[in-house]
Design a protein around this ligand. Structure first.
Ligand code: ATP
Length: 373
């Protein structure tokens, strides 16, 4: 019976490398052992050293544009002659070795889709060394030589921890919160802001028709960026964010004086993480309705804000950051976050990014107050 010789590490890699085109493997016959084998010529073997298998994952909250980043990472990697792998469900998939090859066709038609085709997860296990060791083992078992992590603050802390253990990692700045140090704006922010603005614009129309006060709650557990920016761009009368403690009496006074100044509507934008968020403010206004003299109606945008199709800005930002992350690995560099600084795609060391949050520009808070008059 003719049998196949157990493949050597090199011939195995040749078998699994349909996209690289780097290897010239030949099928041989060993007469002594009476079996076929796969051989790689020595000069081509030297080129194989350049070949890499790179993985990409998305982690933390999904953000519109993550798919555009995945597509850019995969196709740029293929351009470099690499085999590309996608890890499912963020760090959870990394720990469980849940990763599959991704071809250029596997990322077709995802550029314009919100969410992430790879899935995402919050994975407490990865915050432990034991969890990260499991992830390293899975990466080694799959011959992965580099990793691109697309995500926000927590995800980039995880990327730093993995990088500290000696694995080549490059981060891509992606979170709708825009609180990530190392990027002035992150993937998903622009689209999420536009969705909030569409809601505010519509509420303003009905608020004006009925002389009503409306409250819109937008995302932001710890960071008021989305609330503040949609308040400014949506022309809100007041904004409530986690960074500034707001007094509900002062908010009521703000709305009352808006009507007194001749406005036909009053809109408050609140961040979900503000001390007085939608629930708290509604409760307060209901309790004191007779004294305050008006009622507040609330709309909570919640996850509606995340699910939108990415706009042009996010598609382009995600594409540029994803491609830059892969190019960084191609130059043999890692341990950095790719973000946008002063309009340029820039790399910031992950050790500077991990555990930090970008401070909100309080000059914008003052601007919001001035413009609400
Ligand atoms: P977003 O803010 O948009 O939701 P994020 O990346 O900040 O995104 P997190 O839930 O904070 O989302 O973090 C995502 C995952 O990153 C966590 O579930 C965890 O697996 C990992 N992670 C967070 N912090 C650390 C850390 N200090 N060390 C290692 N891994 C971490």
């Amino acid at each position: 019976m003719v049998c196949g010789k157990p493949p050597t590490a090199r011939s195995e890699r040749a078998d699994r490398s349909p996209h690289t085109g780097c290897l010239a493997s030949t099928l041989g016959y060993d007469a002594k052992e009476n079996c076929f084998f796969v051989a790689v010529s020595p000069d081509v073997g030297a080129r194989e050293d350049l070949m890499k298998r790179i993985a990409v994952l998305t982690s933390g909250g999904d953000a519109p544009g993550m798919n555009a980043a995945i597509r850019a990472v995969v196709r740029t990697g293929i351009h470099h002659g690499w085999e590309m792998y996608g890890v499912r469900q963020g760090y959870e998939g990394l720990i469980n070795g849940n990763m599959t090859p991704m071809t250029a066709r596997d990322v077709s038609g995802i550029l314009q889709q919100g969410g992430t085709v790879l899935g995402s997860a919050r994975c407490p296990d990865f915050t432990t060394e034991d969890g990260r060791l499991k992830a390293l083992r899975a990466l080694n078992q799959n011959d992965i030589e580099g990793l691109v992590v697309i995500g926000g603050n927590g995800s980039q802390s995880g990327a730093h921890a993995l990088s500290e253990m000696g694995f080549p990692v490059v981060g891509v700045a992606s979170t709708i919160d825009n609180d990530l140090y190392g990027s002035e704006i992150t993937i998903g922010v622009d689209t999420a802001l536009n969705i909030a603005l569409e809601a505010i614009d519509r509420l303003k129309v009905t608020a004006s028709s009925h002389q009503r006060a409306f409250l819109v709650e937008v995302m932001g557990r710890n960071c008021g960026y989305l609330a503040l920016m949609s308040g400014i761009a949506g022309g809100a009368e007041a904004v409530s964010i986690p960074e500034v403690e707001t007094n509900p009496e002062a908010l009521a006074q703000e709305l009352r004086s808006s009507y007194q100044r001749g406005k036909s509507h009053a809109i408050i934008v609140v961040a979900e993480g503000a001390k007085y968020n939608a629930d708290e403010l509604l409760h307060y206004f209901d309790k004191h309705r007779d004294r305050l003299g008006f009622q507040l109606r609330a709309t909570t945008l919640g996850h509606v804000q995340r699910g939108g199709a990415p706009g042009a800005f996010d598609r382009l930002l995600a594409t540029r950051l994803g491609a830059a992350a892969t190019d960084t690995l191609a130059r043999g560099e890692h341990g950095v976050l790719m973000g946008l600084l002063r309009g340029e795609i820039s790399a910031t060391p992950l050790e500077e990014v991990a555990g930090k949050t970008k401070e909100l520009d309080m000059g914008l808070w003052e601007l919001a107050e001035i413009l609400a008059k």
